[in-house]
Design a binder for this molecule. Sequence first.
Ligand code: FAD
Length: 468
Amino acid sequence: AVPSASYDVVIIGGGPGGYNAAIRAGQLGLTAACVEMRETLGGTCLNVGCMPSKALLHASELFEMAGKEFAGLGIEVTPKLNLAQMMAQKAESVTALTKGIEFLFKKNKVEWVRGRGRIAGPGRVEVTAADGSVRTLAAKDIVIATGSEPTPLPGVAFEDGKVVDSTGALSLPAVPKHLIVVGAGIIGLELGSVWRRLGAQVTVVEYLDRITPGMDSDLAKAFQRSLTKQGMAFKLGSKVTAAKSSKDGVELTVEPAAGGAAETLKGDVVLVAIGRRPYTDGLGLETVGVAPDKRGFLDNDHFRTGADGVWVIGDVTHGPMLAHKAEEDSVAVIELIAGKAGHVDYNLVPSVVYTAPEVAWVGQTEDQLKAAGVAYKVGKFPFSANSRAKINHETDGFAKVLADAATDRILGVHIMGPQAGEMIGEACVAMAFGGSSEDVARVCHPHPTRSEAVKQAAMGVEGWTMQA
Ligand code: FAD
């Protein structure tokens, strides 16, 4: 087909990878189009991921605090849940954010081409709109940013309102009596926390014998203790093999992962949160000779797929499946396309669990350092010895700094406590500059703040912590 328009870059997917790539292209003076098939821009993150989940985490945390903690501060209230309003304010924030991306597209002269994109050979993207009309775009470079989707669990079919994925769990019409979460990863624990705070009994079933794989195991143990104290129940080392739904709810068959007798677990809603898988359906990869790997990811070498002028970023390629990683990829890929020097340091992509307490980390875990045989020093500081945490009655958790035993260079920072996600940024900056624990220990931090615990943990590496 004869192209109806031609661009320097056509980006397929309008999530954090795609929309940031489009905006960066506009900023660098490239002509760019972003193809998105959803009704709104922003991808998984803005529509059914990071943003709506954080809206519910925030509101549900305040709801629980109002019921359980306000009285102790001398504030007497009797909170009453208005779930419809909680959902409405979430939707309103999400709309404001997705409209914000539309505005940024206009400001940076990026075109949003609505519809499903399919690569139709080198330099060609075919877009099918919702009304079935098809147009072809010509592109010097194509960036694939099609993201990911929830991984289904064999034997457990999704069923509206009963067996749901994360998208379903973000808009349940009522608080379930018993919510069973399959998968103790970040998404399962965040959404499990939301519904537990709103009144659900929550049981988390996990195949591994630990929660949150990838998190430093010292931190994961403390985190599990904290969630258990809040009332979340865990069934670790267990696999869900079947689900049977009836009008009273769902019955799950659960077997020990190591083998043994099966048991049944009854809940009224089941959230399957066992991970996400790359999404490349109908993308026309074969027309440019690109094939996904065994797990469905598109391989990349500095974002190049191997096909001339076809690049890939975000969840659909390797690396942590996180919005800020997709965003870093997006800037780097456009800079490379524009002939500049784009680069991402994947060792410095932080992870955050937005529960209460939050858990955040960057760099290496102790488990990784031990496995690699790296000699390291540890500095650890509990929030129970941090004055701000004490005053706020939020003393659960600690900060931990891991530094190279020989050079003192910081190798990893791990924090559990309120606002850990905000505090980890300091560690990212220090590590990006090749900082040592002594550097952080000698930097003046404001008092009284929780960030002093990071400084104290760094001082701990040096052996001169003042408190505790
Ligand atoms: P996506 O955001 O998935 O965007 C891809 C877009 O491409 C989609 O909008 C899709 O419709 C579109 N698309 C796909 N194929 C085509 C096609 N052929 N034509 C046109 N359009 C197409 N990450 C964080 O960093 N922090 C968090 O707190 C966080 N919380 C999360 C909570 C939940 C419940 C979930 C599910 C995810 C969360 N994530 C979080 C992960 C984050 O959402 C993803 O890492 C991020 O969205 C990936 O960005 P992306 O641009 O690669 O893909």
